[in-house]
Design a protein around this ligand. Structure first.
Ligand code: DQA
Length: 148
């Protein structure tokens, strides 16, 4: 069975308390529960990690590398400048989809550039928690197809 790491960066532990207009009302635990529902429906395993520290995210990616088939990554603000996170994702050599709850392109100027998008398989943004579940479904299908 394929296994995926759902990785969340800084401030995503505060979901539910952050601006609901951008991020919705669910907590991270509630978002993860929605992801678990989809994972069991499509028959894949998921693991979750969130940290407010870039180095901890790097440690997690390095450690998960041999165990997972791909990643769903919401880097939070690190998306826009986190080159250490980027290097870890490059070195990990597993496909990942960059996700965002909000649509960063429709927000502040500094959110319009992502340092991750050129190494991601793709981006899904602007659909709230559904960005994660859509990403998992697509990534799982790609990994399955490419293992044939
Ligand atoms: C975010 C968008 C980022 O610009 C922001 O810094 C976040 C969350 C999103 O999911 O919409 O923390 O990645």
């Amino acid at each position: 069975m394929s296994r995926f790491l759902i990785l969340n960066g800084p401030n995503l532990n505060m979901l539910g308390l952050r601006d609901a207009g951008f991020y919705g009302v669910k907590t991270l635990e509630e978002v993860n529960a929605e992801i678990r529902v989809v994972a069991s429906r499509i028959g894949v395993e998921v693991e979750f990690y969130q940290s407010n520290h870039e180095g901890a995210l790097v440690d997690c990616i390095q450690e998960a590398r041999d165990r997972v088939d791909g990643l769903v990554v919401n880097g939070g603000a690190l998306t826009h400048y986190g080159l250490t996170l980027k290097d870890a994702l490059i070195d990990c050599r597993k496909p990942f989809i960059e996700v965002h709850l909000s649509n960063p392109l429709a927000r502040d100027e500094w959110r319009r550039h992502s340092v991750l998008s050129d190494i991601a398989r793709g981006q899904i943004a602007g659909f709230g928690w559904r960005s994660y579940t859509a990403a998992l479904e697509i990534l799982a299908a790609l990994v399955e197809e490419e293992s044939q």
